[in-house]
Design a protein around this ligand. Structure first.
Ligand SMILES: [Zn+2]
Length: 454
């Protein structure tokens, strides 16, 4: 007997962030991701509109991974009546708590929308109490006709693609897709037999520089900064990128590839998340597991200082150069990095190293694009520091690899929905899928509804 599944695209359309998709399947209402829309702020005001569906009617929420643009609105969903179950992988569940706590800490300062009444300890605890963690490839029975499976997306620790099987037809939501090979994680799993695909397109229109050279490039940037006796400032996402960098630095320091100098991990969130990474070593790739058999402390090495308290953070400026500071947020939109940038950007001996995606309008994007002055906490700050970008550490597949990913299942694919990208990126990938693979593809707009025959 044939069935119809319906997807409504409520978020992650025309934008990288704010993933939120409603899947209506065999009588169940299922959400995939419930993220924050982020631009130059951690959360755009658009996030605080009421949900366009009734959260109390949602049966299950699947979370693909622990980035805030995929789970940041879970407390709001709870606040508006959601009491269903939340499913994710085990690491995503473990990472969710600190990620939500951190988000609450930042958002509750916003008095305009009463966010302190939404991002409460009670709503966050309730979220976690409804949450169940699974291993990759575990099957979740949803109805007698529908089951879901977590597939490894290789994007961050615990990141998953969610595959729904209904009457033998498969619908796959990719979440974010990793830029495999990652220093720490296994490669994105190959997918086959998929009928309908909802996929990300952050780098739909661009390719990354070679990943093979990234560690060498990092080494060069560090050495150059050392010679110029500067401070190397690295705005870094607390989740995954910080741990990847620690892993790379650990290797460079332990093998004496770079001189020993003070390296500060100046992010309470990154410090907390790194502890969680240590509990999920079985989720690391073979190389990292092998490295661990020789060096138990993959994220710790001589010269590393984890500065948890703000008094410790303030002391960093008194430490003599050369030194390295890794701090959040990754797009310089808040957090301790902002203070470091105000302090270090005006000096041409310093370097600012960008290793991640910088969204349009973010401070990081402005710096990356070469503006001469930035506005930080009410002050105009001149940018004289050297600005370097290493794209090889990107956590997202680039254009060619996104196409390759689709190609693996081209034979069975009926339709591809390209989401979670800036419009230019998504449209480019849509065209590429149509032209190269001859598969029907399109980039849905917010509120679009599609019916899939299953
Ligand atoms: Zn992500």
């Amino acid at each position: 007997m044939k069935g119809v599944a319906r997807i409504t695209f409520y978020g992650g359309t025309g934008s990288v962030t704010g993933a939120n998709f409603l899947l209506e399947i065999d009588g169940k209402k299922i959400l995939v991701d419930c993220g924050l829309t982020q631009g130059f702020k951690i959360a755009d005001d658009i996030n605080w509109d009421p949900f366009p569906y009734n959260p109390a009617e949602i049966d299950i929420l699947f979370i693909t991974h622990a980035h805030v643009d995929h789970l940041g609105r879970v407390p709001k969903l709870i606040n508006e009546g959601f009491r269903g179950t939340i499913y994710s992988t085990e690491p995503t569940k473990a990472l969710a708590r600190p990620m939500l706590d951190d988000t609450a800490g930042i958002l509750s300062k916003n008095r305009n929308f009463d966010l302190d009444k939404i991002y409460t300890e009670e709503n966050i605890s309730l979220s976690i109490s409804l949450w169940q963690g699974f291993k990759y490839h575990d099957k979740v029975t949803i109805t007698e006709n529908v089951e879901a499976t977590f597939r490894n997306a290789g994007h961050i620790l615990g990141s998953a693609m969610i595959e729904f099987k209904y009457n033998g037809k498969k619908i796959l939501f990719t979440g974010d897709l990793g830029n495999s090979p990652s220093p720490l994680l296994p490669d994105t799993e190959k997918i086959t037999d998929i009928d309908y695909l909802v996929m990300e397109s952050v780098y739909g229109d661009r390719n990354h520089e070679s990943r093979n050279d990234r560690r060498k490039y990092l080494e060069t940037v560090i050495e150059d900064n050392y010679k110029r006796k500067g401070t190397l400032v690295v705005p870094t996402f607390s989740l995954e990128r910080s741990q990847e960098l620690l892993f790379e630095l650990n290797d460079l320091v332990e093998n004496k590839r770079i001189p020993v100098m003070p390296i500060f991990l100046d992010s309470p969130l990154a410090i907390r998340l790194t502890e969680i990474f240590k509990h999920f070593k079985t989720y690391f790739n073979e190389t990292a597991q092998k490295a661990m058999s020789q060096d138990e402390h993959l994220f710790d090495f001589p010269g590393l200082h984890s500065t948890l308290r703000s008094e410790e953070s303030k002391m960093i400026s008194a430490v003599i150069n050369p030194k390295i500071i890794i701090a959040g947020s990754g797009m310089s939109s808040g957090g301790r990095i902002v203070h470091h940038e105000r302090h270090y950007l005006p000096d041409p001996n310093n370097t600012i190293l960008l290793t991640g995606y910088q969204s349009v309008g973010s401070m990081g994007r402005l710096i990356q694009e070469g503006v001469k002055t930035v506005h930080i906490t009410g002050e105009d700050v001149v940018v004289r520091a050297k600005v370097v970008t290493i794209n090889g550490y990107s956590g997202h597949k680039d254009s060619d690899h996104l196409l390759e990913f689709v190609e693996d299942t081209a034979e069975t694919l009926k339709k591809v929905f390209v989401v979670m990208g800036e419009p230019k990126s998504s449209m480019f990938l849509v065209q590429k899928i149509r032209d190269n693979l001859g598969i029907e593809a399109y980039a849905p707009e917010k509120g679009d509804i599609v019916s899939l025959i299953c």
